[in-house]
Design a protein around this ligand. Sequence first.
Ligand SMILES: [Zn+2]
Ligand SMILES: [Zn+2]
Length: 892
Amino acid sequence: MSNLVVKSTIAFGPSTPSMPQEEKTTSTRDGQNDARYDAQRIETKWFERWQQDPSLYAAETSSTKPKYYVLEMLPYPSGALHMGHVRNYAIGDALARYMWMSGYNVLHPMGWDSFGLPAENAAIQNNTPPREWTLHNVAAMKAQMKRLGFAYDWSCEVTTCLPEYYKWNQWFFIRLFEKGLAYRKKSRVNWCPKCATVLANEQVVNGCCWRHEDTLVEQRELEQWFLRLTNYAEELLRDLDRLPGWPEKVRTMQRNWIGRSEGTLVDFKLDAATEPAASAISVFTTRVDTIFGATSLQLAPQHPLVARLTRNNDLLRASVDQLIAEQRKAREVGDIGEIEKHGVNTGRYAINPYNGERVPIWVANYILMDYGTGAIMSVPAHDERDYEFAKKYKLEIRLVILPRADDPEETVVEPKLPFTTLQGRLVNSGRFTGMDCDAAIKAMSEHAEKNGFGKAAVTYRLKDWGISRQRCWGTPIPMLYCDKDGIVAVPEKDLPMLLPENVDITLTGGSPLGRVPEFVNATCPKCGGPARRETDTMDTFVDSSWYFYRYTDARNDQAPFDREKAGYWFGSCGIDQYIGGVEHAILHLIYSRFWTKFMRDMGMIKNDEPVERLFTQGMIINHGAKMSKSLGNVVSPDDMVERYGADSTRMYTLFATSPDRELDWQDEGVEGIERFLSRVYRFVVRNAPGAVTTGRAVETQLAASSRPANEASQATSLPPEARQIQRKLHQTIKRVSDDFQGRWHFNTSIAAIMELTNELYTVEGRVAAGDPPAKLVPASLLREVQRTLALLLAPLAPYLAHELWEMLGEKGSLLRTPWPKYDLALAKEDEIEIPVQVNGKLRSRIVVPADAPGDVVREHALSEPKIKAMLDGKQIVNVIVVPAKLVNIVIR
Ligand SMILES: [Zn+2]
Ligand SMILES: [Zn+2]
């Protein structure tokens, strides 16, 4: 695929005279300025026309057409689009336009994910209120999108920081609270000292803040609001199998993130002799069958029990602090899995409930509080990590599983340790000795449950979603605290609970909203007494969890959206095509799946999943490096639009490589696209019906040939040159259509359109050289080719396509004109070349009609002069004809 692209780039590059030269020639010949492709002139003209018609891209409210919901991820309004945005939207826009032309009722909306930290930081830096800064950016980026010609239905624009939107975040939050899916608990949270806020687990990257890659995340204890994501863990996992339209890599990432594992929970009671308080350490293990080999327990340094065990032991406390520091450092380096294992013996013991044995309690730096229960049983003989740890600290290594002998007579040799497979049989394991591992796991889980010290359990890596943020630029959480009534939800009639605009923003500590007395002080709706408002705001991922439903009914002030309207656009399978960056594979796409399932359970929608098909486009880099301000290699879309036009800029992002792959930016590539569009434009200038003017002899001849229109579609009646163009035309329609419906290799689509253009230039050249034009291309075919060129370019270079459409005298809206159809018979090659082998070796090639029967091909091959000479005096044993592929002659 990529070879082809390279070839066609080269083909249209050097073989075409450079643009300035051609321009000169053309304008001298015509004495007309519009023979030059002036992207700015054309794009300004259409931009103004489109501005005057806001209904152009509006979805139809009642339609008999099939629906198609195509959506690109909404941007954060940072102030300016970057090339990654342009690529993302160019893909979505091409698809939306293609679907309109294919007869669908299309919803193609855009909005702004406009709450969040950068607005607060900018507010501090520029002394501008976050709202003002944000809405200014929205306006700037919207203008850029319009200039780029993206076909959005702005009537359903969504801006998440406006009360008309976040009111519904609050409404949802109260519903979640009522259903027990929103709850408050004191918890250890990830705290970024630079953001001065809590981060979700998903926002911690390698132990650092996702926004401050060099700032280590601290652990703090805070009262927080959580959403019960884990209630849906099983369904979130299971339904991944029902999303074949998602990239496998995204589904795998989600599977790993949900991290389901089956095992057993076992409670080890603390040894009463060393620990008076009767409490237990709960351990999760996937290998309870090895529990007779447990020779220690290992706790995470942050395990709640550790604080108690170290309370009166400064030396131990210091060692634990050291372990915490090591863990933090390992997170910083990026791979906690590679940490050099250290631990400290607490001197206390717990009791193994299966055999009553005392096992020492250790604290270790490789045990993580956010996995399982934060405590493990250590079985050195049957686990890699435990083995390594036991060797280091000279803990007992006790073998309790032996390999299963295939033959009962066979003597089992002791395995090399650690022996970790499940293909074994228990030894030294009391009443369970002799059982196979899998059977033992089942029996031992049941035993634990019967005796009240454990049970079979499934655990998930997925945690509940902590949504509290100590920031001011987010949705206020609609909750009140009353001394008498406790936590009370804000009554629905009082929504939206407005975000105060006069907040003193500083970066130091606590919730900024807590410093606004008018906000904090409220009246309890239950008792009428004083109450205090929640001062935390919601994680902005709440906003993006359901925004795409709001697009279907964006101005509704009675509900988040109308059930019927959302039902129409989401159908039973969700958004037809969602397009965005793979960096949202986990956060956004798990939260929004959760939200969809919750809304379904509330009866608001019928679909189980928000997105039927997902596409993640590749990144844009520049000379091998990620575009970034610090590297000074950011390519500005505005600069490109100014230099080459919007069409060339967006078309280049589709042409440079296939959209799922990384794109290495080349300005010359955009220039190449501009040159190609210029070729198309100039051809139509010369050959559009009515383009005939004095002094344009060549064009006059080519356009003026007057064959009847119906002959164009009859392949047999066409002269070879015309047939060649007709074949190319239908091949091109087929390739572009197939790409839209298939793998989206727009790069090959565009290459095909370039090849078609080259064919037209070849014929034009022949006419210029004196061949009589009427013999070459009938006017009807010439019209058909140009019309089709405009249609094929419509999703890729909409400005130029509209201009061509008008130049060709077409009246109807290009966007609503049916996508061209191809005729397979006309696309078929008339003659093909096939190799001829003799005894399996390539000896020659023959040219035969594409649909020639086997015996004709055989005769051709045998009479080919070179082959004929080789066969002289030999005996032909067999002639194998693979139709349209090859001929192999076996001789002796
Ligand atoms: Zn941070
Ligand atoms: Zn009250």
